[in-house]
Design a protein around this ligand. Structure first.
Ligand code: ADP
Length: 227
């Protein structure tokens, strides 16, 4: 069996520690994600999903515990190391697409690759291939405002995968879409993830979509429990 690509060990997170408004959001979260695995993260609003995804994505440090990528501890390390690991290994998707409005769909997928040292030609080729995989290649030269919500999210998935990360972290990626679109967009996400063998942790309120993933984890009272 292969080794986990992402591990959280005994992760705790406090906000405003020691103050009257202290919140103890995460209370010892353990989680492992294997390559090729799609795991749903389900929790009521305010339970700490975003906090957990930020910590897993090295955007924030835990108050206690650690985050490992490929067995290497990265939480608590200098910003530069966390940032370079994040750029190389982690792709993020949010509820709102956060595409750059002044660039078209293709350029939104090309730019992060060029920032990583890939030539424009190679980056465009990969961007077209990714767009093709999610059925929006014909929208390559449209700016985000000219795309439907479902198309915007598909492009955001392509951007997240542009630099071939090993881990995808998604925070309610279909939360902003109507149920029919949500289903189709989720299907596209599954295809992309399955096609690449990357590990995905996907927060969702949609229990039907959650049930189609390999495992469902529930965040409850600051701890992770199998659903
Ligand atoms: P979810 O994504 O599950 O809705 P969050 O991770 O956003 O939950 O928030 C979990 C809890 O932590 C909430 O009670 C929220 O108010 C609190 N919280 C989140 N970020 C901060 C912060 N920067 N400072 C203080 N409290 C925060």
């Amino acid at each position: 069996m292969s080794d986990p690509v992402l591990s959280l060990k005994g992760v705790e997170k406090y906000y405003n520690k020691g103050l009257a408004n202290e919140v103890h959001v995460l209370r010892g979260v353990d989680l492992t994600l294997m390559p090729g695995e799609m795991v749903a993260l389900v929790a009521p609003s305010g339970a700490g999903k975003s906090t957990l995804l930020h910590i897993a994505g090295l955007l924030d440090d835990p108050s206690l515990g650690r985050v490992e990528i490929d067995g290497k501890v990265l939480s608590g390390k200098p910003d530069r190391l966390r940032t370079s690991t994040r750029r190389q290994d982690i792709g993020f998707v949010y509820q709102f697409h956060h595409l750059l409005p002044e660039f078209n769909a293709l350029e939104n997928i090309v730019l992060p690759q060029m920032a990583n040292g890939i030539s424009r030609t190679a980056a465009e080729e990969r961007a077209r291939e990714l767009l093709e995989n999610v059925g929006v290649r014909h929208r390559a030269d449209h700016r985000p405002a000219a795309l439907s919500g479902g198309e915007q999210q598909r492009v955001a998935f392509c951007r997240a995968l542009a630099n071939k990360p090993r881990i995808m972290l998604a925070d309610e990626p279909t939360g902003n879409l109507d149920p029919g679109t949500s289903d189709q967009v989720f299907e596209a996400l599954m295809m992309l993830v399955r096609g690449t063998g990357l590990a995905a942790l996907i927060a969702t309120h949609n229990l039907e979509l959650a049930a189609r993933m390999d495992r469902v984890l529930r965040l409850e009272d600051g701890k992770m429990v199998a659903a």
